[in-house]
Design a protein around this ligand. Sequence first.
Ligand code: SAH
Length: 348
Amino acid sequence: MVKMDMLSMTIEQWKAFLQTIGEPAFRAKQIFHWLHKKQITDIDHMTNLSKTLREKLKENGKIAGAKEVKKLVSKIDGTRKYLFLLENGSVIESVLMQYDYGNTVCISTQAGCRMGCSFCASTLEGVERNLTAGEMLSQIYEIQKDVGERISGVVLMGSGEPLDNYDNVINFIKLANDPQGLHLGQRHITLSTCGLVEKLYELMEENLQITVAVSLHAPNDAIRSQIMPIAKKYSMEQLLKACKEYSDKTKRRITFEYALIKGVNDSDDCAIELASKLHHMLCHVNLIPVNDVKERNYIRSSEQQVRNFARLIEQRGIEVTIRRKLGSDIDAACGQLRRGYQNIEKMI
Ligand code: SAH
């Protein structure tokens, strides 16, 4: 028998299960509370449940979360990178970033990634499997316990393509948002995608208030398809049309992420072309000087060119920010997260 994945269950699903074993519905909230407010990892710690019910839970279910195997703390900015082991032996990475306004956790949504972006380490060995909603939550819970402070923001920017694991990601957002659990405001959740157009249309129908970030990284298809295989499937025109509809429908501003790679996508012409394509949209551009991935030989743009690129976009009426580089001494910056055991060896 396949055991229930307790951390991924909604209160409604708990109620349905409890009914099948003849337990009252109010137990659903109690169990949910233990799992998502108290964030316990052992069924025997659910002390207000009868021993019989606990035994039934153990028989039918399991708490399949993430276990910390290693933690690295950046000497530069205090950013923490965690290596987590999942129940089936997969290893994933997550990052804690501490800002003046609170703690943000960057979580992985898949072990590995199959999108193949040429500048990113997460995709080097392909995808191993999708993470469950519970495994996504557990990364936050474990980090929250480790820092002893509330996590106020979550970005789905670790390894994996969130929209390639659509159902689990939507379930994760709903569970994280539940007032009976972590109660994280949807506006404090950012989902970053390389742009799976059909899934973006599905996402707009969910009526969520999350922030969507789209990895654009180029002003046109010719450059984009050199560095992102997904650009061969969906044209920029299709992608930008979906983004426009997304922001029109949800009234949420889209963030466009743009990793600046020297000589590839960082010319003045690129900035001008990018601005011309975005001028009609409720959006914001986040520039990321590309981070090192040792298997690749991309070079980040000079600081001067990053500022110049930002100015050219801003002058054309589009809001732009430059992402701070955090945790680079521990390979915790954007695009540096990986899957697999070789990390453990490297980190020990
Ligand atoms: N699959 C999702 C989320 C993962 S990555 C996506 O594609 O958006 C989060 C962000 O980091 C993305 O914008 C990604 O393109 C960017 N990124 C990947 N590798 C990078 C690198 N080497 N330097 C800077 N940013 C990188």
